[in-house]
Design a binder for this molecule. Structure first.
Ligand SMILES: Nc1ncnc2c1ncn2[C@@H]1O[C@H](COP(=O)(O)OP(=O)(O)O)[C@@H](O)[C@H]1O
Ligand SMILES: [Mg+2]
Length: 270
């Protein structure tokens, strides 16, 4: 399995894929069932794909394979970039991964101080400006000089999102990023992060077990079953982005949520 940039010759009118997962299988233990089985998904540039499925269905494993932290047993992942350069990926985890001894601002800028991140902006001032803009966009400007331990869990996740975006990722991977937060904070972050990602047109893949979250945030929702982890169905969420707060509690959203719930619990359907 390789995670390499590829170029596709496609007609000019065709949408450009930013991520193609082709027939991926993952077996950890040959004596047991495959964790991922024949997973194929494609994400267009600027698109927001959510993958929803029960705990243990292989969501984190799939993200790790996309990121190159793990390898597929068979199948391919390709990340075609428009520039032809190596793809840049960022990851936001369920739990905050901020460095405790750095301020919020330094954490957000962290990836840009690494060798891999130094050339992303043309100059030091462009880099500082980008960090300031992200702090503003994520509502963290007034907390820029705080340490992670001095801000709330929701604010910490905002900082994790800002840090992930600072490196201008070709694809942003979000692994249950809001699931450790209380319900109200979670809803607020869903609204704000969805709005930020659509304003800067980031290609994003969110994995979650929260059906409502997947419907609220994504252009398409891939429904996964467990044992083995397979994509059962893909649902188009036919609503313009950015989504409104009204949509978050609308009958349309509830209807799609119910439909997906039914796909995940087929034996409970009447
Ligand atoms: N490194 C590993 N070695 C063996 N089994 C693993 C490993 N990582 C994950 N698994 C197994 O793969 C399955 C899917 O795990 P995971 O991808 O974490 O699911 P999810 O994120 O959907 O909850 C689980 O049964 C888990 O125990
Ligand atoms: Mg997981």
């Amino acid at each position: 399995m390789t995670t390499t940039p590829t170029t596709h010759s496609s007609p000019a009118h065709a949408v450009k894929p930013a991520l193609v997962i082709d027939n991926v299988d993952k077996v950890f233990d040959p004596a047991k069932q495959a964790v991922l089985k024949s997973v194929s998904l494609s994400v267009q540039a600027g698109e927001f794909l959510a993958i929803v499925g029960p705990s243990g269905c292989g969501k984190t494993t799939l993200l790790r394979i996309i990121q190159g932290l793990d390898t597929a047993t068979s199948g391919q992942v390709s990340l075609p970039t428009q520039s032809g350069k190596s793809p840049r990926l960022s990851y936001v985890f369920q739990r905050s991964s901020l460095l405790p001894w750095y301020t919020v601002r330094k954490n957000v800028a962290f990836g840009l101080s690494l060798r891999s991140g130094r050339d992303i902006y043309d100059s030091r001032s462009a880099r500082d400006r980008a960090v300031d803009e992200l702090l503003e966009l994520t509502g963290l400007s007034q907390y820029a000089d705080y340490l992670p331990s001095q801000i709330s869990g929701g604010m910490q996740q905002r900082a994790n999102v800002a840090r992930a975006l600072a490196v201008r990722p070709d694809v942003l991977l979000l692994d249950e990023p809001f699931s450790a937060l209380d319900a109200l904070t979670r809803e607020r972050l869903q609204i704000d992060v969805a709005s930020i990602l659509s304003s800067i047109r980031t290609t994003a893949v969110l994995v979650t077990h929260d059906i409502r979250e997947s419907v609220f945030m994504a252009d398409r929702v891939a429904i996964m079953s467990a044992h083995p982890g397979m994509v059962k169905q893909i649902v188009d969420i036919d609503q313009p982005r950015p989504r409104t707060e009204e949509f978050q509690h609308s009958p349309q959203l509830a209807e799609i949520e119910r439909f997906i719930w039914g796909c995940l619990h087929p034996s409970n359907q009447h």
